[in-house]
Design a protein around this ligand. Structure first.
Ligand code: SF4
Length: 331
């Protein structure tokens, strides 16, 4: 039986059953938050939040048909296509991110899979951003093993590739690739020695069983993804999900808490959708074990809270960016 004491006592696992994960979702809220916060404190400073910045280095015109995405060519969303940015523009953005307190710089390109020449240019960006002292993350679509090896040679720290939703609900959201394609890319990234950033989206019309199965699929990756972004759908006009029903904020917090319980050592990131979240909801997410955010005005093509309001919220909560001098002094 899955009880509070059993999840607090057991080692880190990658063999969760559907029933166990669904049971966690059914727990009384106080038990769920207590277990999540207890595990969080065991592995992290509970007042520290890792900050990443995301830059769209190639925007729009993507041949995939992800139903939530304004960058797909299949939907008329008004997103302007932009070619792959030049190196200097990317490095200037990375310097600004570093000055704003980011420790990781993520670069996203709207491709199904990168072409050889484009991958080389991204490799140069990875090298340049690392020289600035920032961790690097890229999301470029599907990768073959040799493409992942090349990015590892360039010094890439993280590759982002989300599972998005449950295996069962996936075909409702994307028809141009399969869940197995995602898992194959994740395996290539892992085998190349790159850390994995992999999460999903809440609010695409999925049921609570789908949320449980998404988290089970993530938690049964061995080892767990080092970074687990949990997004709340941003309903963009022109996408098939523009009228999706809003998520109950407490249900979203439950997803964060269950992610923390299943993957106690991973950074769980509050990603897209934060502009629609109140300060109180974000505070609850931190209590439930979220310890990473994206910082900056835009997340690829959708709005994000302004950096100052993020720092103000962390300040109101007595929290601070991970790696901050104050954090080090308090230990
Ligand atoms: S989510 Fe990524 S792969 Fe899917 S349509 Fe958007 S840019 Fe393309």
């Amino acid at each position: 039986m899955t009880t509070v004491s059993s999840v607090l006592e057991q080692p880190i696992r990658s063999d969760w059953s559907s029933e166990e994960v669904r049971t966690l979702f059914d727990w009384p809220f106080p038990d769920l938050i207590f277990a999540a916060q207890s595990l969080h404190r065991r592995h992290f400073d509970p007042a520290a939040v890792q900050i990443s910045t995301l830059l769209s280095i190639k925007t729009g015109g993507c041949p995939e048909d992800c139903a939530y995405c304004p960058q797909s060519v299949h939907f008329d969303t008004g997103v302007e296509r932009q070619k792959l940015m030049d190196l200097e523009t990317v490095l200037a953005a990375a310097r600004r991110a570093r000055e704003s307190g980011a420790t990781r710089f993520c670069m996203g390109a709207a491709w199904r899979t990168p072409r050889a020449r484009d991958l080389e240019r991204v490799g140069e960006m990875v090298r340049g951003v690392r020289e600035l002292g920032l961790e690097t993350c890229v999301t470029l679509g599907m990768l073959e093993a040799q493409q992942a090896d090349y990015l590892a040679e360039c010094g890439l720290d993280y590759y982002n590739h989300n599972l998005d939703t449950s295996p069962e609900y996936y075909r409702e959201i994307i028809s141009t690739r399969t869940y197995q394609d995602r898992l194959d890319t994740l395996a290539h990234v892992r085998e190349a020695g790159i850390k994995v950033c992999c999460g999903g989206i809440v609010g695409m019309g999925e049921g609570s069983a789908d949320r449980a199965e998404l988290l089970r699929a993530l938690a049964n990756l061995s080892p767990h993804p080092e970074s687990v972004p949990i997004n709340q759908l941003v309903r963009v006009e022109g996408t098939p999900l523009d009228a999706a029903e809003a998520v109950d904020p407490l249900d979203f917090v439950r997803v964060i808490a269950v992610a923390r319980i299943l993957m106690p050592r991973s950074h769980v990131r509050l990603s897209a959708g934060r502009t629609a979240m109140s300060s109180e909801m974000q505070a609850l997410c931190f209590l439930a074990g979220a310890n990473s955010i994206f910082y900056g005005e835009r997340l690829l093509t959708t709005p994000n809270p302004e950096g100052d309001s993020d720092l103000a919220l962390l300040g109101r909560l007595g929290m601070r960016p991970e790696g901050d001098a104050a954090e080090a002094a308090s230990r």
